[in-house]
Design a protein around this ligand. Structure first.
Ligand SMILES: [Zn+2]
Length: 249
């Protein structure tokens, strides 16, 4: 019996609301209980089982959580970041640890800018994007794009893969000095210059982007063609779940 219920739960958890709505009463309650068990953590605030502090999984990792502070495209701390800590699913964190270890013999390491991102932070971005009167960071972060076009061009969206917990924004650093390696454009520059393949940046920066991409892809991450810093773990454990617990230690 338990096995049968678990099977139904596994099927129902992946269904749309309409399909799930066809089940009723006690069975539905059982199925929902099964979902909560199978998909823990839920999006409930404060629930972060299955997530880990990446600093402990990747010794030597440099953590520079830009949305915790003011050095970002909005120019102030972003909602949901209550500590400068990089949280990711255990699977993504372990993979990053392997990347860090493989880079070390070359005197290189990783520096993360953003990791798990609560849904409320993404909502904060959206509110900011709609306020065209606030252009504080335009010169530094989107000099060639009108703020009114950030949505249609895909720079800001209602949802982010980061909220699923297996996506990370990062760069390479010199392991000894912790200085960033030149990538040809800064983090979160909303511009085609940030495309890894952009050829208006110098050859050395393009090679550095390629090195980061090779290191990440070697451990199961896939790149994004519009942002040299953004990678998502293939086979991520929560591909459909957009979490909203706050980032804390
Ligand atoms: Zn990203």
């Amino acid at each position: 019996m338990e096995e049968a219920v678990e099977h139904k739960a596994a099927v129902a958890c992946g269904k749309t609301e309409g399909e799930a709505g066809m089940m009723r009463g006690a069975l539905m309650a059982l199925v929902l209980a099964g979902c909560a068990h199978a998909q823990a953590p839920t999006s409930a605030s404060g629930n972060r089982s299955g997530f880990v502090d990446v600093a402990s999984a990747a010794p030597g990792l440099v953590v520079d959580m830009r949305y915790y502070g003011s050095e970002n495209f909005i120019g102030r701390p972003i909602a949901g970041y209550e500590a400068p800590v990089c949280l990711l699913t255990a699977e993504a964190a372990a993979a990053l640890g392997r990347v860090q270890a493989k880079l070390a013999p070359f005197g290189l390491g990783l520096k993360v800018f953003d990791c798990y991102r609560p849904q409320r932070a993404v909502a904060d971005f959206v509110v900011w994007a709609k306020d065209l009167s606030d252009q504080t960071r335009k010169a530094a972060q989107y000099p060639n794009v009108e703020k009114s076009r950030l949505f249609e061009l895909g720079y800001i969206a209602e949802k982010s893969g980061h909220s699923r917990g297996s996506t990370v924004d990062l760069t390479l650093v010199d392991l000894a000095t912790k200085a960033e390696i030149d990538m040809g454009s800064g983090y979160d520059l909303f511009d085609t210059k940030s495309w890894p393949s952009d050829q208006t940046v110098g050859a050395q920066a393009r090679a550095n982007r390629l090195a980061l991409q090779a290191a990440m892809m070697g451990e199961g991450f896939r790149p994004l063609k519009e942002e040299w810093w953004h990678f998502t773990l293939n086979g991520e454990p929560y591909p459909e779940t957009y979490f909203d617990f706050v980032v804390r230690r």
